[in-house]
Design a protein around this ligand. Structure first.
Ligand code: UP5
Ligand code: MG
Length: 241
């Protein structure tokens, strides 16, 4: 079992194949982190909408910790000795969602590592604010994460037409080296986003938890829209605090 999986409590009711990490919990009803102490904002939007780009800006402006589910999966894929490397590689190339237990375990452990680091440093309390980028991509992931890891405070949704995203991804694909920055994979990613991930956005929208921002325009224009939305909602300390 991988280190990530062995860090997690075992479940008696796992529905996943034995080689995958056990779910975080089956009977425990309380999340690993309290939403009173840890603020989680999901960042959702189609492939190439600018989730990573804008998250980086929010880290700088508001002191968030940024966790990209895709980046964590790519790191696990490349980690020597990972038993999930091939599975993750194949799923990403096909634009298919990796079994949620793997992604949630990676996210939960990354959050724990960051919180552990800040424990002794009262000046770095801002790191208890997390942007979780590219997750949850499916309704069951959203439920599972909120039940076992942390309740989300809000979702930032970057709304972007496919033709704009396609151009950005093809351009990035010239140099990115990402296995999924090719036209076949991109089309599959678009379809999965519409069919599987948009229902998550709609779910949080109904709960009034979505900050929806147009991701068309320059990076600076999109950033300005996000800042306006975040500050008008009053869910975060004002910039620089
Ligand atoms: N760019 C950004 N903003 C721009 C702007 N305003 N104007 C002009 N250009 C702009 O941006 C993409 C490109 O556009 C960059 O070159 C950037 O400079 C430019 P980026 O910020 O990287 O967009 P992002 O939305 O982050 O695009 P990304 O490709 O990362 O999105 P995906 O959602 O497709 O990728 P992710 O890494 O999240 O997931 C990849 C795969 O991992 C999934 O398909 C899935 O197989 C798997 N996965 C799971 O299984 N589970 C998960 O929970 C998460 C991922
Ligand atoms: Mg990204």
């Amino acid at each position: 079992m991988s280190k990530a999986a062995s860090d997690m409590p075992q479940s008696a009711e796992t529905k996943i194949p034995a080689e995958l990490p056990a779910p975080l919990t089956s009977t425990n009803t309380s999340p690993r982190f309290s939403a009173n102490e840890v603020t989680v904002i999901f960042v959702l939007g189609g492939p190439g909408s600018g989730k990573g780009t804008q998250s980086a800006k929010l880290v700088k402006d508001y002191g968030f910790s940024h966790l990209s589910a895709g980046d964590l999966l790519r790191a696990e894929q490349d980690r020597k000795g990972s038993q999930y490397g091939d599975l993750i590689r194949n799923n990403i190339r096909e634009g298919i969602i990796v079994p949620m237990e793997i992604t949630v375990t990676l996210l939960s452990n990354a959050m724990a590592a960051i919180l552990e680091k800040q424990k002794d440093d009262e000046k770095v309390q801002s790191t208890s604010r997390f942007l979780i980028d590219g997750f949850p991509r499916k309704m069951d992931q959203a439920v599972y994460f909120e039940e076992t890891v942390c309740l989300s405070a809000a979702t930032l949704f970057l709304s972007c037409p496919e033709d704009v995203m396609l151009n950005r991804l093809l351009k990035r694909g010239e140099t990115s080296g990402r296995d999924d920055d090719n036209i076949e994979s991109i089309k599959k990613r678009f379809r999965v986003f519409e069919e599987t991930s948009m229902p998550v956005v709609n779910h949080y929208e109904k709960m009034g938890k979505v900050m929806s921002v147009s991701a068309v325009g320059t990076e600076a224009e999109v950033t300005a829209r996000i800042q306006k939305e975040i500050e008008s909602r009053g869910i975060l300390p004002i910039k620089g605090n």
